[in-house]
Design a protein around this ligand. Sequence first.
Ligand SMILES: Cc1cc2nc3c(=O)[nH]c(=O)nc-3n(C[C@H](O)[C@H](O)[C@H](O)COP(=O)(O)OP(=O)(O)OC[C@H]3O[C@@H](n4cnc5c(N)ncnc54)[C@H](O)[C@@H]3O)c2cc1C
Length: 322
Amino acid sequence: MTPQHSDILVIGAGPAGLHAAFYAAWRGLSVRVLEARAEAGGQLGALYPDKRVYDVPGLPGARAAEVIQHLLRQLDGLDTEVRVNTVARSLKRAGSGWRVGTDQGSFTAGAVILAAGLGALLPRAARVPGVDSHPDVRTDLPDPAGLGGRRVLIVGGVPQAARAALDLLEAGATVTLTHSRALFRGDPASLARLETARAAGQLEVLAPARLLGLTPHGAQLEVNSERRTAGADTVLILGGYLPDLSPVQAWPLDWRGEYVPDGPGGCTALDGVWAVGDVAQSGGEFKLISLAFAQAAVAANHAAHHVQPELRVRPGHSSEKR
Ligand SMILES: Cc1cc2nc3c(=O)[nH]c(=O)nc-3n(C[C@H](O)[C@H](O)[C@H](O)COP(=O)(O)OP(=O)(O)OC[C@H]3O[C@@H](n4cnc5c(N)ncnc54)[C@H](O)[C@@H]3O)c2cc1C
């Protein structure tokens, strides 16, 4: 893989995209995965990381975030790159392959596997009075290392808010966590660590509280009917994620609403472009992780054969390989 070229480009690092990446890379190809969010995981990472999933084969009752960790671990040692914060926007022919344009430059590949799910999971915009007055307001998970030593106000009750609070404490930030309700979402271990940090005075929790607005130096809150000022160098407003398919819906894939018609093996109207997971029309109402895995395995092997015709489509059994 070079900085611009890989054998295969996968759009989306949800379960479909990660499993497709594994399969193509395991066949010996280089695979780059473009992911709009700040981290891999698709809906599992963005919308329900704390929930248990009971119908993923081989991982009964695992939390969604754990399912993703396993998928990422399966890429270890293979020629793969997951590029986060990268929204795929354009698709153009490049020789016998394709060029995908993003905000971070363009990438070429012999084949493209579209695993865009419900769409790019982009953070909800921060709609708070005075949001433009504060110099450092963010709406997605930051790199904690970059915020060590700073006063960070985290607003939100989503699992990402609890996780950000713990990561930032560990990075040496002074953290205040606030939410309109008293309850925070997160896996029990994280919530227990939050409570321990709060009880030890390492973390300030203001909840339930109403965020009245931001100021150049922090925020005004209403807690227990009293006005409070919270100083903050950085404000993280974590309000969850909304899917946006529009970046790829201009691609000439014969879209049917939010679905791409897919033929045998996930092939699409474009030669060398496959569709898998929730975005593939053949799954219909079956928006399931297990189906995404199956589609990804089949499409990735077809794509591998397309890029390297000397590779047979059928992968053989992994148990027979070293
Ligand atoms: C609350 C909830 C609970 C669920 N529970 C279950 C369950 O128990 N069992 C089950 O089987 N299924 C469950 N599902 C459904 C399951 O999550 C989906 O079927 C699965 O995530 C589909 O995987 P995917 O990889 O196709 O898409 P997604 O998980 O949506 O991943 C697509 C990824 O592509 C990225 N992307 C999209 N467009 C672009 C672009 N232009 N550029 C770059 N990146 C892009 C997105 O940001 C996202 O990360 C649940 C869904 C929800 C919402």
